[in-house]
Ligand binder design. Structure first.
Ligand SMILES: Nc1ncnc2c1ncn2[C@@H]1O[C@H](COP(=O)(O)OP(=O)(O)O)[C@@H](O)[C@H]1O
Ligand SMILES: [Mg+2]
Ligand SMILES: [Zn+2]
Length: 291
């Protein structure tokens, strides 16, 4: 099996940049802030493959660049450098024609596509669940309406079918269907995350980004939402990119993990191996701090 997504040399800087930014930042310097010019090297040199149906973890302390990585891959922010490619068979499966490029098994660089194309890919290929439900949901319209909006984006038009699909997804994510006409503002934090998950799954994505989705929830609610994600990701055969500062979350969901520090990946490999025998000094600290 070949990777669904290939990411190479991905980076994002905030600021003017100077010739010394990369040398003066990173895990050894223990900062992502260039002292010479004030640029933030939010992430740099990110390199990974994500296989169909696989869950890949991204773990690291606050500010290490995890959310930036997600926002680049979800086309919310332009990357400063690097490429993201998708297997052409996945594009064909989505009914999308080729994104250009050189030929071969992979598309050209998706990050270089035009806005129309990026919107299409976001609507048909990807789903996302944010830590902050206000980023993922409109709090003033109904839960069902939030899902319908996403379906409209993916090309759905029949109102009765959209409503049936929304009810089906809310049921799958264990939100009482009787509440689908209520706005998410009325819901608990855990239930808002369930609505976000229902919305993210509504267009049958191949790729789901989860950014600290259970951070801030009560432990019992966290456990149930993570269980739900695990079951649904198998049912929907989703490739997951799971971002968390919490190794427990990563351990529960992900076979493979990347450890980030100061905008760089310092270690990557099987989650079990990283937990049992971390190689990089920073991974050792992270594991020890969460024993
Ligand atoms: N719009 C921005 N302008 C400047 N710096 C930013 C911006 N967004 C994020 N950053 C910085 O990028 C770094 C990485 O942030 P982030 O990706 O949110 O980390 P994490 O999700 O791991 O906590 C942080 O130092 C953050 O302050
Ligand atoms: Mg974050
Ligand atoms: Zn600099």
């Amino acid at each position: 099996m070949e990777p669904l997504i290939r990411v190479r040399g991905l980076g994002k800087q905030f600021g003017p940049g100077c010739p010394r930014c990369l040398a003066l930042t990173g895990p050894e310097a223990d900062t992502n802030l260039c002292p010479a010019c004030g640029t933030v090297v939010a992430c740099h040199g990110i390199h990974f493959d994500l296989y169909p149906g696989e869950a890949l973890g991204v773990v690291g302390e606050s500010g290490s660049g995890k959310s930036t990585l997600v926002r680049l891959l979800h086309f919310e922010w332009p990357a400063s450098c690097g490429t993201m490619e998708i297997h052409r068979s996945a594009l064909a499966g989505l009914g999308l024609d080729d994104a250009g490029g050189e030929g071969g098994a992979y598309s050209g660089n998706l990050l270089a596509c035009n806005d129309f194309r990026k919107r299409q890919l976001r609507h048909l290929l990807m789903g996302i669940v944010y830590q902050n439900p206000h980023l993922g949901l409109r709090m003033g319209i109904s839960a069902g309406g939030n899902i319908a909006e996403r379906l409209l984006g993916a090309g759905w038009r029949n109102i009765a079918r959209m409503r049936a699909r929304a009810a089906e997804l809310l049921d799958k994510t264990e939100v009482p269907v009787s509440r689908m006409d209520e706005p998410p503002a009325n819901f608990s934090g855990g239930m808002q995350q369930r609505v976000q998950i229902a919305k993210a799954l509504s267009n049958n994505p191949l790729l789901l980004f989860l950014d600290e989705v259970t951070t801030g929830l009560d432990l019992s609610v966290q456990a149930r939402v993570l269980d739900l994600i695990r079951n649904l990701s198998h049912e929907f055969k989703l490739a997951l990119l799971v971002v968390s500062h919490d190794l427990g979350v990563i351990n529960l969901l992900c076979q493979r993990t990347m450890v980030m520090k100061a905008g760089r990946v310092v270690e990557s490999g099987l989650t079990d191996q990283i937990l049992q025998d971390p190689q990089h000094r920073y991974s050792q600290l992270l594991v020890a701090s969460q024993l």
